[in-house]
Design a protein around this ligand. Structure first.
Ligand code: NAD
Length: 230
C-alpha cells in the first residue's frame, strides 16, 4: 500500500504562476482590502463590488498555468496516496492533474446561492452579472468561503489528516484558521514538512522547513523523500 501524503497548500504555491498572495502584498488582495473582499460582511455591504472582484480573479485565473510545484505534486501520485487540502480558490492543482483536491475556502469557477452552498453551479471562467439568480430565486454569489462563514469541508479535511504518513505544508503563512491548525490532527508517526521561503506562524510540532520557493522546494522535497526515483 502506498504511504499517504497530505498536503496543506496556500496562496504561495500559486505565486510562481502569477497569482499574488496576501502576505506579499501587505494584507491586500490584488490591491483590495482583504476585509472588503474576503468577508461575508463585505458581500452584504457591497455585493456588486464583490462580484466584480471575483470576476477579475476568475478572468486572471484563466490565463495562469500550473507551475512545477503543482505538477510535481500531481506526479507524486505514482508513489503516494496524495490528498491535497488547499486554501486556494484557484484550480491549478486540478489543472496539473491532482485527483484528490479538497478546497477549504471554495472555488473561483463556481457560484452558489446567497442563501446557502447546497446548490453549486459550475460557471467556468465567465463573468457573473450582478443580479443573476439561482434556482431558489436568491442572488447568485461566488462559491467562496469568506471570513465569518463556516468551513463545510473542514470535517473531511480533518479525517484525511488523521491518516497521514507525511504532511507537507506549502505556501501558507498559517494565519487563517481553522486551516492553520489542521496539522494537529496528523498521527504521531507522521512526518511534517514545510516549504516556504519565509517564516510562518510557529508550528507546534517537529517539522523540517525547506526554505525555498514552491517550485524549487518541491524538487528538494522529492529528492529527500524519493532519492532513488529521480
Ligand atoms: P498568505 O498570503 O497569508 O501567505 C502566503 C505564504 O506563501 C507566505 O508564508 C509566503 O512566505 C509564502 N510564499 C510566497 N511566495 C512563495 C513561493 N513562491 N513559494 C512558496 N511560498 C511562497 O496565504 P494563505 O496562508 O494561503 O492564506 C490566505 C488566504 O488567501 C487563503 O485563505 C486563500 O484562500 C486566499 N488567497 C488565495 C489565492 C489563490 O487561490 N491562489 C491567492 C491569494 C489569497
Amino acid at each position: 500500500m502506498k504511504a499517504k501524503l497530505v498536503v496543506l497548500s496556500g496562496a504561495g504555491i500559486s505565486a510562481e504562476s502569477g497569482i499574488r498572495t496576501f502576505r506579499d502584498s501587505d494584507g491586500l488582495w490584488e490591491n483590495y482590502r482583504v476585509e472588503d473582499v474576503a468577508s461575508i460582511d463585505g458581500w452584504y455591504r457591497d455585493p456588486e463590488m464583490m462580484t466584480r472582484f471575483y470576476n477579475e480573479r476568475r478572468a486572471q485565473l484563466e490565463h495562469c498555468q500550473p507551475n512545477a510545484a503543482h505538477v510535481i505534486l500531481a506526479d507524486l501520485e505514482v508513489f503516494f496516496n496524495v490528498v491535497i487540502i488547499t486554501q486556494n480558490v484557484d484550480n491549478l492543482h486540478e489543472r496539473a492533474g491532482s485527483k484528490q483536491v479538497i478546497h477549504l475556502h471554495g472555488e473561483l469557477t463556481k457560484a452558489c446561492s446567497e442563501h446557502g452552498k447546497k446548490q453549486v453551479h459550475d460557471i467556468g471562467y465567465r463573468a457573473m452579472k450582478y443580479g443573476e439568480r439561482g434556482a431558489d430565486g436568491a442572488l447568485l454569489r461566488p462559491f467562496i468561503v469568506w471570513f465569518g462563514e463556516d468551513v463545510p469541508m473542514l470535517a473531511v479535511a480533518i479525517e484525511e489528516m488523521q491518516t497521514a504518513d507525511h504532511v507537507l505544508i506549502i505556501g501558507t503563512s498559517l494565519n487563517v484558521y481553522p486551516a492553520a491548525s489542521l496539522y494537529h490532527y496528523a498521527p504521531k508517526h507522521a512526518q511534517l514538512w514545510m516549504i516556504d521561503p519565509n517564516d510562518t506562524q510557529p508550528v507546534q510540532r517537529p517539522i523540517t522547513h525547506i526554505r525555498a520557493k514552491a517550485t524549487e522546494g518541491m524538487k528538494q522535497w522529492k529528492n529527500l523523500v524519493l532519492p532513488d526515483n529521480l
